[in-house]
Design a protein around this ligand. Structure first.
Ligand SMILES: *Cc1c(COP(=O)(O)O)cnc(C)c1O
Length: 393
C-alpha cells in the first residue's frame, strides 16, 4: 500500500517513519491541507488596530474578544500578539475554548468565558484558573459552591442584562445576589459587564438606555471595574468606555460602525487558485442547476474554493472575485469545493491553472463580501473553514 515512490506525499510519509497504509494516508492528508487557497493574516495590522482601539478608549484598558478561534484567525497566535501589545484580558464564548487557550496564555492573562459555565464544568474551570462570566443565579450558586468546596475565594465577572435580553442578571437578580452571603464570602467579583445590542448604529437610542441601566447597577458595586463597550461601543464616546473595553471585530479589521468609512486596517486577505480555465460559446449552462447561461462567447475560470471554505452560497451569480483589480463575477452556483467566475474581462490566457484570484483583499473588502452575501463580516470570518493554508505575516 505504499503507492508510487515518486509521489511526494509518499516520500514524506516514508521519511517520517510511516510503514503502514494509515500513516501514508495521514501524511497525504497533511500535505493536502491548505489545498483550497491561502488565508493571509497580518499580525502587524492586528496590532495596529489594537493600538488604535487603545488610543480611542484611553484611559480605559482594552481586552480582546478571541471567541470562535479569534473570529477564525487563530486564537493562539492572535492572543500571543495582543499580549505583546499589552492586552491582559481575553474573552472566549465557551468553556471548551478556554480549555484550549489557557495553556498558551501567560498566567498574568485573565481568561474569561462569556457564556459562563455549564453545570459540572466548575471544578475544571477553577483548576485551570479560568474566570467565568456569571449570567444567572444558578451559575452564581454553582461557582460559590465550588469555592466553598475548595476553601478559597474564586474570581468571577458578573454580567447584567441592560436591555439586550440575551445574557445576564436582571436588576432583581442583582438584588438577590447582593443579599446572598454565601456568594459574598466565596466569590470575588473582578468585573461588572454588559453587552450593547445596537453599538454599531450610533443613532440608535437603545445604547443610551443601556448605559443608564449600567450606571444604576454599577452604583451598587463601588470600586468594581465595569465593561460595556464592544467594538462599536469604543466609538460611542467616553461615557461607554468605563474601565475596560471588549472589542472583537475591530481588532480583526471589520467595521465597528455601520454606514461610515471603516477606520480599521484590513487584517485578512484570501486568495483562491484557479483549477481550470476554458472558453465556452453562447448558450452554455454553468454549474449546478444550470442557473447561469452565457449570452456570448465567455472565458470561464473554475476556482478551488467553495461554500465549505466559507464562500457563501448566497454569492451565486451575484458576488465577485478580483484579479489584479479586475472584477470577475461569480457565474452560477457556488459549489461545496469550487466556484466558477466569468473571466471575460481578462485577456485570453490571463488565468491559468494555479493563478491566485483575490476573494478578500485590496480590491474587495470583507465588508463588501458580507454585504453581497446579505450578512456581516463576523459571519464571513468565522465560517472560513479549515482548508486554507494559513500564512501569518
Ligand atoms: C462577541 C462579543 C464582544 C465583541 O463584539 P464585537 O462586536 O466583535 O466587538 C464583546 N462582548 C460580548 C459579550 C460579546 O459576545
Amino acid at each position: 500500500m505504499r503507492g508510487n515512490a515518486d509521489d511526494p506525499a509518499v516520500n514524506f510519509a516514508l521519511q517520517n517513519g510511516a510503514d503502514d497504509a494509515m500513516n501514508d494516508y495521514r501524511a497525504k492528508t497533511m500535505l493536502a491541507d491548505g489545498g483550497c487557497g491561502v488565508l493571509t493574516i497580518d499580525l502587524g495590522a492586528l496590532a495596529r488596530n489594537y493600538r488604535k482601539l487603545k488610543e480611542t478608549a484611553a484611559p480605559a484598558a482594552v481586552a480582546a474578544v478571541v471567541k470562535a478561534d479569534a473570529y477564525g484567525l487563530g486564537a493562539g497566535l492572535v492572543s500571543e500578539r495582543l499580549y505583546a501589545e499589552g492586552c491582559r484580558h481575553f474573552f472566549v464564548a465557551h468553556f471548551v475554548e478556554a480549555v484550549r487557550l489557557r495553556p498558551t496564555l501567560p498566567v498574568e492573562a485573565t481568561l474569561l468565558v462569556l457564556n459562563g459555565l455549564m453545570p459540572g464544568e466548575e471544578e475544571h474551570a477553577a483548576d485551570l484558573g479560568v474566570t467565568p462570566v456569571i449570567n444567572c443565579l444558578e451559575q452564581a450558586a454553582a461557582w460559590a459552591t465550588e469555592a466553598k468546596v475548595r476553601g478559597t475565594r474564586l474570581k468571577a465577572a458578573i454580567q447584567i442584562d441592560t436591555g439586550m435580553s440575551r445574557l445576564g442578571l436582571s436588576e432583581a437578580d442583582v438584588a438577590s445576589l447582593r443579599a446572598d452571603s454565601l456568594f459574598a464570602e466565596a466569590v470575588e467579583p473582578i468585573l461588572l459587564m454588559s453587552h450593547l445590542a445596537c453599538a454599531d448604529t450610533p443613532a440608535a437610542p437603545a445604547s443610551a438606555g443601556q448605559l443608564a441601566v449600567m450606571q444604576r447597577v454599577a452604583a451598587h458595586f463601588p470600586g468594581l471595574p465595569v465593561s460595556l463597550a464592544n467594538s462599536g461601543g469604543v466609538f460611542l464616546g467616553g461615557a461607554f468606555h468605563f474601565a475596560l473595553a471588549r472589542p472583537g471585530i475591530a481588532v480583526y479589521g471589520g467595521a465597528p460602525v455601520s454606514d461610515v468609512a471603516n477606520p480599521m486596517e484590513p487584517v485578512v486577505r484570501i486568495d483562491i487558485p484557479v483549477i481550470q480555465a476554458r472558453t465556452v460559446p453562447a448558450g452554455t449552462a454553468v454549474g449546478y442547476g444550470g442557473t447561469f447561461v452565457t449570452t456570448g462567447e465567455t472565458r470561464l475560470a473554475t476556482l478551488s474554493g467553495g461554500y465549505a471554505d466559507g464562500i457563501p452560497r448566497h454569492l451565486s451569480s451575484s458576488g465577485a472575485l478580483y484579479y489584479q483589480g479586475v472584477r470577475l463575477p461569480i457565474a452560477g452556483r457556488v459549489s461545496m469545493d469550487s466556484l466558477t467566475v466569468d473571466a471575460s474581462a481578462l485577456p485570453e490566457g490571463g488565468l491559468r491553472l494555479g493563478t491566485m484570484v483575490e476573494f478578500v483583499g485590496p480590491s474587495q473588502s470583507l465588508e463588501q463580501v458580507a454585504a453581497d452575501a446579505g450578512t456581516i463580516s463576523y459571519e464571513i470570518l468565522t465560517r472560513l473553514g479549515r482548508r486554507y493554508r494559513r500564512v501569518y505575516i
